[in-house]
Every structure is written in C-alpha cells, then in structure tokens.
Design a protein around this ligand. Structure first.
Ligand code: GCU
Length: 681
C-alpha cells in the first residue's frame, strides 16, 4: 500500500538528513498500545526512508533533549515536562504536530492520536516535505469505521466476501470458523490506523449467527488483540434472529424478556473477552434479513434492544437505514428511494443515544450517481453516519479504475437547505447541523488475501481517501490523491501527473459509459452487478428502475405526478427537483420521466446525450493504458504490469459498455445517432 517507507533519492534529501532527529523520547506509553506502535513505526519509517537508526532516549532527558522526537499523550507530557496550552485544542483522537529544525513534538489527546501524529510525520518525510509546521488537528467525527462484508461460510452465493474483489477473507476460513492464520490482520490494522480509522466491523451485514458461538468469540478476541495496537476497535454484524438460530429460544421478539436476557448475556460474554469491543452493526428487515418488524415492533425497538445491552460497556449500535421491501413494478407511485424516510422518518427521537443510523450516501444503492439520501435531512434527534463503498460493487469491481472521492464530494458538498439554511450533508454527518455528538463514516472496504488488498494497486487510493475524508470531509480530492501517489509510487513528477489525471478523469468516464443523466449504473442488477445489462433494471421487484419504453425514460419522482420522492427533501431542494427546469442534467432521469427527445440544459436531447456520453467515456479510458505504458521504468515491473493489464481490460470493456448501452437505446427508441456511430439491429 502507501506505507512503503521507500528510500528517498539523494537529491530529495540533500541538506535535510542532518535535521532528522536521531533519538525518540516516549512519554506515557501503555505496554503494547498504540503509542508503542507509533514508536516502532517511526523507527521503521526513518530507517526505510533515510537508512538511519533512531535510538530511544532515556526518560530522564525526555523533556529537554535536542535532536529528539518527543512523542506521547498531552497528559503525559504535562505530567513529565510542562504545561501544553495547545493541548486544550484537542478532541478525542486528535493530535499536535510540530517540527522545527531537529526538534519534533507529536502529542496525542490519547495514544491513538499520538499514533496518528506519527503517521502524519512519516507521511511528510516520505514525501520529502521538510517544512516546519506546528498545528493541532482533530477528527470531524468520532465514528470512522471500516466495514467488511466477510462471510464465515464461503458457500454463500457471492464467495467468501460479499462484493469483495480482492481474494478471500483475512478473518474467516470459509467453513464457519475464524482462521488459524491471522497474519494479515495487523497489516490491515496498520493501513487503517495510518488513515485514522478507529473501528472495524469484520463480518457481513447479511450476518451469520454462529459468529456468536463460543469458539468464534474466542477467535474474535484474538482478532481484537491484533487490531488493538493500531487503535482499531473491533465490532461485528448481528443476525437479529440469533436467539432462535443459535440459542434455544423460540422467538427473537425484541420486547420479549427472554430475548432481552439472551442478548444481554451474550453481550456481557463478548465484553468479558474484549473489553474495548466497539459495538454492533445491524441490518434488519431488509433483503430477507430478520428484524423487529416480524413481530410488529419498530426498527427503533430493534436498535434499542442492542443499544441497552452494549451501553453499560460504552458500546455503539450502528443500525442500517438500508431497509426496503420488494415493490410492484406496475405501480407508478412505488419507489424504493422513498423507503428510508418512510421507515425511519417517524422514528426520529425514538433511538437510544448510543444508536447511530448508518445511511448509504444515496437513496438507492451505491450507484454511479445519486442525489444525497433525503434521510440526512429528516432525522434531527438521531445520530447519523454515512455509508460509503470502497469496494467497487457497481463501479467496475476493481477491474475499472474509478477514483471515488469526486463522487463522494457530490454528496458531502450538497446543501440540503434544512429550514432554509446552509446544511451541507458533510455537516449533518459530523453532527454539527443538528448538534449531535456521535456521528461519522462507515466505509465498506472488503479487502481480502490478495497481495494488493483490494484486487488492484490503484484502487487502494480509495481506501486511503476514505480515511482522509472521514477525518476532514472538506479535503480536496486532488491533494489527497497526490499524497497517496507520492507515498505509493515515489516522487517522480511524471508518475504523479499521470496517476492524478487518470484518476480524476476516471469517475466521470465511468459515469459516461455506464449510465449518465442520473439513470444509474446500467449494469446487471439481478446477479453480478457487473457489465452492461440495461434490460435487467425494469420489470422486477427490486426497484432500481429506469422505466424505459419506446418513447420515454426515467423515474418520475415528482410530487405532482410521480412517486413523491422529491418531496422528501427540504422545501428549497424539493422545489428544485420537482421541475425539470431546475433539476441538473446529471440527475434528470433520476427525478423525471421524459421523452428521449427532451432537450436538456446542455441543449442536447436525452438520447443524443446518451450516445455522446458513452462515446466520450470510452474514449477517455482508451488513453489510460497508453498514459500508464509511458511510465515503464518509473514504476516497478510487477505493479507496472499488473496495472497495464487492468487498464487494457478497462479500455476494451468500456467499448463493450458503450456499444451495449447505445445500441440498446437505439433499438428501443428508434432514434438514430446524429453522428452516425450507433448501430441498429
Ligand atoms: C447491496 C449488495 C448486497 C448487500 C446490500 C446491503 O444490495 O448488492 O450484497 O447485502 O447492498 O448493503 O445490505
């Protein structure tokens, strides 16, 4: 990944090596905790980058030693050295970093913060950034978690990681147990810690109750031990019906006393082995999963059952808003995009304080473009987290280069206009708009045993960026990418320029050749979620509809004539989405059902915009393979060839996409391409 600590060239380090401290003084470490990790990471990093050995200074000299990196918690610094007024600026997990000449201070609000500061310092050094800095930095929100959709039992329909494209699970052996060989777990912890991810849910949301059996809980505790030095706390997904599936109860009714006792006991058992267990993730009453509605109880009753069990231990319940029922395609007013607000809107205020509702960024399902989920604007008394996907389920499954932060930015930056005031989605997630103290980010990562973690070297920029954005959602997509590229591939300007321009062009290109104008990713939605299959969207109960016929296309989500979804947004936004005149082209077919000949703001018709966009998208990615090929000799052979193969594949597959989509709509609409490129069958 990006933690290579590759040696810098002499031209980059000239005049600076002498200023790299040769000792490190450690204040306040717990044995085997994140601060110890920070110290060994710094020693390893400086050795890798400069070939220098950093010695541990004696405690006695710690405060006044020169040529030293002082690292510790603010509290320990104040106890051993002096007051540190800047420490007041720190929130949980925050840190202070100052580098001036050869004296460096890394002080965390807690040990985890000190570890984050160490990684930040090493990131500077790895990029040959020797400037003097002095600043405090804090996370935008306390919840910055990875989610893994790993199955205990690999005989599931999608292999051992649901929607995972980087090999099999690093946690589970595929036949219902935790692996004997957990050697990749600390390596994953290291990656996560370096981008300030502080929690991980290791099991699939479509959860297997047997994770809660005695053997597996022992294994879980080993996993937690391996993540702990990295400041990453472990949690699991729950199967709501566990008391019946695993226990011997004949009910899983959340209000039944025996069920409450069952969960309380199970939770206590977990905490007795893993005192810092972070909590549960729950997918209930969705896509065949059991839940409280089975017993006519509310989703809040379901969430609070677990919240009460973990509360005495300081745990959190992430309750997913991805709840919907299959729908009747023949009903013009039916809309899966309405489901979250319909299920959760009335429950605002009903959730316990340690429940966080985890909301996918858009109202449907990780599509190439969606408006922000209206639920973000509908819960004022409930803590919320945004769910993003790093694994590229609908977005090319790591066989296509798609750098995701520009997509995520469209959500973070979207102003929901709650009560007619500025209320960007990013400020709702952080808790700032509605004054919530909990909140944050969950990223579905799905790394596996593949050496590249995700299946492709370049796709790792998305994991790196997820962490950076969870710390600060206002960060710029390009500067994140540049840091990642320098750390991953070195400081060559040509490499930096090529990877940056390819990556930044990649999501717009993918949108263009898969599904533009807000029609969604026109992929096969029934099984693989991969490759073009526009016909699969309609005529089924899944609700990812395009409603395409011979004359017109798009979901009518207006209040006046459609599903009413536009009306779930606050007034100003609702009014804008209600009318095609005020709906942006890139969401036109998300909100409106219009003729293929409808004129967009761009001046083009819908159908011509399909044809042109699909050609443009495919054309853009044709260049990637050549741009990459020009880096021969600047990137090591193994990574060079791995990516070249993928980018060539993407070039070919984008043409498959282009022609499949264009010819499908050419046939359906009967309208030729003005430029004469699209065949008619
Ligand atoms: C998608 C995905 C499923 C997953 C579901 C979820 O529909 O295809 O595999 O279980 O999202 O997020 O729960």
């Amino acid at each position: 990944g990006w933690l290579r600590y590759a040696p810098l060239s002499s031209s980059h380090v000239k005049g600076h090596v002498g200023n790299i401290p040769s000792t490190i003084a450690v204040l306040g470490s717990t044995k085997g905790g994140p601060l110890d990790t920070a110290v060994s990471e710094i020693r390893k990093g400086i050795h890798g980058i400069f070939g220098r050995t950093v010695k541990i200074a004696s405690k006695k000299n710690a405060c006044h030693a020169s040529n030293t990196i002082i690292i510790g918690t603010v509290e320990a610094f104040e106890a051993a050295c002096s007051d540190f007024p800047s420490g007041n600026q720190l929130k949980e997990d925050g840190f202070w970093l100052s580098t001036s000449h050869n004296s460096v201070k890394i002080l965390g609000q807690n040990e985890r913060g000190a570890l984050y500061g160490a990684f930040e310092y090493l990131s500077m050094l790895g990029q040959a950034n020797f400037s003097n800095v002095a600043y405090a930095t804090n996370p935008s929100a306390p919840i910055r978690w990875a989610n893994q959709w790993d199955n205990l039992n690999a005989s599931g329909t999608h292999g051992s990681i649901e929607r995972g494209y980087g090999g099999s699970s690093i946690f589970f052996d595929g036949v219902g147990h935790i692996k004997d060989d957990l050697s990749r777990v600390p390596l994953y912890g290291r990656l996560l810690a370096s981008v300030r991810i502080n929690g991980i849910v290791i099991s699939n949301v479509n959860a297997d109750a047997t994770l809660l059996n005695k053997d597996n809980l022992e294994g879980l505790s080993e996993i937690a031990d391996l993540f702990r030095p990295w400041g990453v706390r472990v949690g699991i997904s729950l199967n709501f019906a566990s008391p019946q599936l695993l226990g011997d109860l004949d009910t899983f009714d959340p209000l039944d006393e025996s069920v409450v006792t069952w969960w309380t006991d199970k939770t206590d058992e977990i905490y007795s082995q893993i005192p810092d267990f972070v909590g549960y993730l729950v997918k209930a009453n969705s896509e065949g999963q059991p839940g409280p509605i089975t017993y006519n109880r509310t989703l809040a009753d379901g969430a609070n059952l677990f919240a009460k069990a973990v509360e005495p231990h300081g745990g959190i319940v992430m309750f997913r808003a991805f709840v919907y029922d299959k729908l009747d395609w023949n009903d013009w007013h039916a809309d899966r995009a309405n489901a979250a607000v319909e299920f959760f809107g009335d429950l605002d205020g009903e959730f316990d304080d340690n429940v966080v509702v985890q909301i996918k960024y858009g109202p449907i399902d990780f599509q190439v473009r969606e408006p922000a989920s209206p639920l973000f604007a509908n819960l004022r008394k409930t803590s919320m987290a945004i769910e993003l996907q790093i694994t590229q389920e609908y977005l090319g499954q790591q066989c296509h280069l798609v750098y995701l932060p520009p997509l995520w930015r469209t959500i973070f930056d979207f102003d929901m206009r709650v009560d007619g005031k500025e209320s960007k989605a990013q400020d709702i997630i952080t808790g700032n708009v509605f004054n919530r103290t909990l909140g944050g980010y969950a990223g579905v990562v799905n790394v596996g045993t593949n050496q590249t973690w995700l299946g492709s070297h370049l796709s790792l920029s998305n994991l790196y960026a997820f962490g950076r954005l969870a710390w600060n959602p206002a960060e710029d997509s390009v500067s994140i990418l540049e840091d990642w590229t320098r750390l991953t591939f070195g400081l060559d300007d040509g490499v930096l320029e090529t990877i940056t321009s390819m990556s930044m062009a990649s999501w717009p290109a993918y949108e263009n050749y898969s599904g533009n104008l807000g029609i969604q990713t026109l992929t096969d939605i029934l099984y693989t979620h991969y490759g073009p299959n526009p016909a699969s969207q309609d005529n089924n109960g899944w609700g990812q509809w395009t409603r395409a016929n011979g004359q017109s296309i798009g979901m009518d989500r207006t209040v006046s004539n459609g599903t009413g979804n536009a009306g779930q947004y606050p007034n100003e936004v609702a009014a804008a989405y209600e009318l095609p005149e005020t709906t942006p082209d890139n969401l036109m077919l998300w909100f409106h059902h219009v003729p293929y000949t409808f004129k967009l703001h761009s001046g083009k018709t819908v159908i011509q915009s399909f044809y042109d966009a699909h050609h443009k998208g495919a054309e853009t990615v044709q260049d990637f393979q050549f741009a990459w090929a020009a880096l021969k000799g600047k990137v090591d052979k193994e990574r060079f060839e791995h990516e070249l193969y993928r980018l060539r594949y993407q070039a070919g597959h984008s043409i498959v996409w282009r022609d499949a989509i264009n010819e499908f709509y050419r046939n359906l609409s009967g309208i030729p391409d003005e430029a004469g490129r699209v065949r008619h069958h």
